[in-house]
Design a protein around this ligand. Sequence first.
Ligand code: HAM
Length: 434
Amino acid sequence: MSTLKAVRGTRDLLPPETELWNRIESTARTIFARYNFGEIRTPIFEDTQLFARGVGEDTDIVSKEMYTWEDRPRAQSDKAQSLTLRPENTAGVVRAYIEHRLGESGLLQKLYYVGPQFRRERPQKGRYRQFYQIGAEVIGPPSAGSESPLHDAELLEMLASFLDELGITGWKLLINSVGSATDRPRYIAVLREALRAVAPQMCGDCQRRAETNPLRVLDCKVPEDQPIIETLPRIADYLDEASQTHFAAVRAALDACGVTYEISHRLVRGLDYYTRTTFEFQVNNEEGGLGAQNALLGGGRYDGLSEMIGGPKAPGIGFAIGADRLVLTLEAQSGEISPTLADAYIAPLGESLNLAALVLAREFRRAGLRIEVGDGSFRLKKSFETGDKLARNIVLLGEDELQSGMLTIKNFASGVQTKIVREQAASALAAPHE
Ligand code: HAM
């Protein structure tokens, strides 16, 4: 029988790497709490229409990357429904915002999420079909100040602090403004017109995009197309005054906070809901270990998304961090992760001491220690070898130790062996030895 493997583009995350995942997630939760965000958990699948309307029919995500299926009715009275594994979480958060009438509080909603997303992309390093995002959204009625450029800057400043706190070095923030819901179509029309003349000299993808989704041409990475793209009209020249003022205010607030950035007029991003500010944090390839996938995270404003999916006016801004890429970057920058050692390995000296070892382990664990319990059938040499791989100390538990209440502890790093009264053993084991 052939062996079954994880599906292409999916993978298992194992210790010790999962320790790094946990560190990243808990750092994110800590930082987000400092900015007063609360957690939201939305379902992993949604009505397909949510993404078709929210993310956009013409985007790569909706047109070719979604995992969509007809959910069979269970009863004759049920209707079949087209469902989709979420390719991103912003549409789901905005759906929840509308469904639970969160806007009626009159306050801004500051929500973060951590979880898997699904896109049928061509798998490569840093690009998976099941991947993980850590994201956040700030959304609310205009009366709550949701359109304010200060929120854009505050989010970017939070992200810079998060990456710094994790110890990521060499990151670069790119920002742009894609204008309001009226600026964008005006620019797209001009771009489409300009592309008519040059598209035939461009790659096949660009020729197709020139018709279906001209903004995507700006994402093209084909070297021969780059000089042509540089000659295309820039969105900055088509922003109305309000969008220009908004973008200037975002930059001024970033300057005030000391967050450095570059303006990238090609940063239009692959989802249709963006308006005004868009951004991406990148790491360069040598430092980041990401290969071609150098975008650690991306986001932007989506002032019209709520209305696109049938809700009230609720401008918002958010981001999603690619957690898989953050892990790859941290691994590349800080070297191999060593597994966490237990505080002690308890070695019962004979099978008759197995139960006493369990009792001692319970005592230590209740005192907060990380404990591995050995097996009384092991020879002493094997106990030492196993203990050395798993723990910082070995605690020998023989008949003598049990009767006298004096435990024998050896620290592997220093090689020092001591005898210590059972009542004081937990605090001695907790103290890290050099
Ligand atoms: P996105 O740019 O499509 O934006 O994805 C955000 C991040 O998710 C990317 O920068 C990347 O790090 C990671 N990512 C995307 N696709 C993959 C993949 N196949 N494998 C590994 N990592 C991937 C969004 O998803 C928006 N919802 C962000 C947002 C929130 N905008 C406003 N609010």
